[in-house]
Design a binder for this molecule. Structure first.
Ligand code: CUA
Length: 333
């Protein structure tokens, strides 16, 4: 309804409208009470003005009724705001299970996006209508922030960790993508477009792209070229855990704790392998810090995710150590 009003961005997802409704409610409450209080100040100032030099004000004894009223009314109002806001917040924080994964890397000064099918884009993101999208984001350098006003989505992209957000576009169109965190000289140029297409057109776009194969295939290649497969052997006889079927599952650590094998855990295990060593294994893995880009990490994660073999367990026998084939030995802690 505000698309003709240039200060207000278009809403192109259900969440965007939910955010707007909450926003308008807050504005309405604020405006109502500002006006009410402003008018009462003026009204009482006139009504109770001093009419003669000798006039003394009447003492006020207080009123339980009034006290209760102006405690209860704001309480109810803020509780409505709290519950409403929390419900929108929870919707925004939890991506639906069928969401499509898109990997985003921010760097000075561009957005690099990877589709699960292997299509790669820079400063452009093509999406299908009514298809939920989950973004997994990392930064190569400084903090950026992925901001698409039309979806009311803004999430920081932080070096050294994954952040994520999601949205479900429900309107065909081209929308602005901004970097919303000051990140250096060309921060203002770190912009792009999100292009939402009809599913049929999206399919045409998909088939027109990349010949490099899906993301997981590229991850597999990287996995082999970094010789990860010499330790993470599929037969369970390697020096490292079997990776098949572990994604999304809990795993026991040496410390007795359990962690869920998610993007963040895999990333940490590649860059800082001794941080959370799986029970039954030695902290012998070298760090790959500096040897693999954020995009490469995402590809390997997609590969591990694709290894969803039924019946595979991570705690397969650590077994007899294999001779080390790589000359790089990890730091032992
Ligand atoms: Cu990236 Cu501002």
């Amino acid at each position: 309804m505000f698309s003709s009003f240039p200060l207000f961005p278009e809403a192109a997802s259900k969440v965007a409208r939910q955010v707007d409704h909450l926003y308008f409610f807050l504005i309405a409450v604020t405006v109502f009470f500002s006006l009410l209080i402003g008018c009462l100040v003026i009204f009482f100032a006139i009504k109770y003005r001093r009419r003669s030099e000798v006039e003394l004000p009447e003492p006020i004894t207080g009123s339980i009724k009034l006290e209760t009223l102006w405690t209860a009314v704001p309480l109810v109002l803020v509780m409505v705001m709290f519950v409403w806001g929390a419900s929108v917040y929870f919707t925004i924080s939890r991506p639906p299970d069928d969401a499509m994964q898109i990997y985003v890397v921010g760097k000075q000064w561009m957005w690099k996006l990877q589709h699960p099918g292997g299509q790669r884009e820079i400063n452009e993101l093509h999406l299908a209508l009514n298809r939920a999208v989950k973004l997994t984001m990392a930064s190569e350098d400084v903090i950026h922030s992925f901001y698409v006003p039309a979806f009311r989505v803004k999430a920081d992209v932080v070096p050294g960790r994954y952040t994520s957000t999601w949205f479900k576009p429900d309107k065909v169109g081209t929308y602005h993508l901004f970097c919303a965190e000051y990140c250096g000289t060309k921060h203002s140029g770190m912009i792009g477009q999100v292009i939402v297409m009809e599913p049929a057109q999206y399919q045409i776009w998909l088939s027109g792209g990349s010949s490099e194969g899906p993301l997981s295939a590229r991850g597999e290649k990287l996995f082999q070229s970094l010789a990860c497969n010499t330790c993470h052997r599929a037969d369970g006889k390697g020096r490292g855990p079997v990776l098949a079927g572990i994604f999304g599952k809990p795993v026991s650590l040496q410390t007795g704790q359990k962690v869920i094998v998610d993007e963040a855990y895999i990333r940490e295990s590649i860059l800082n392998p001794t941080a959370k060593v799986v029970e039954g294994y030695q902290p012998v893995m070298p760090t790959f810090q500096g040897l693999i880009s954020e995009e490469g990490l995402m590809q390997i994660i997609a590969y591990i995710q694709s290894l969803g073999l039924p019946g595979a367990t991570i705690n397969a026998q650590p077994g007899d150590s294999q001779p080390v084939t790589s000359e790089r030995q990890g730091p032992r802690k």
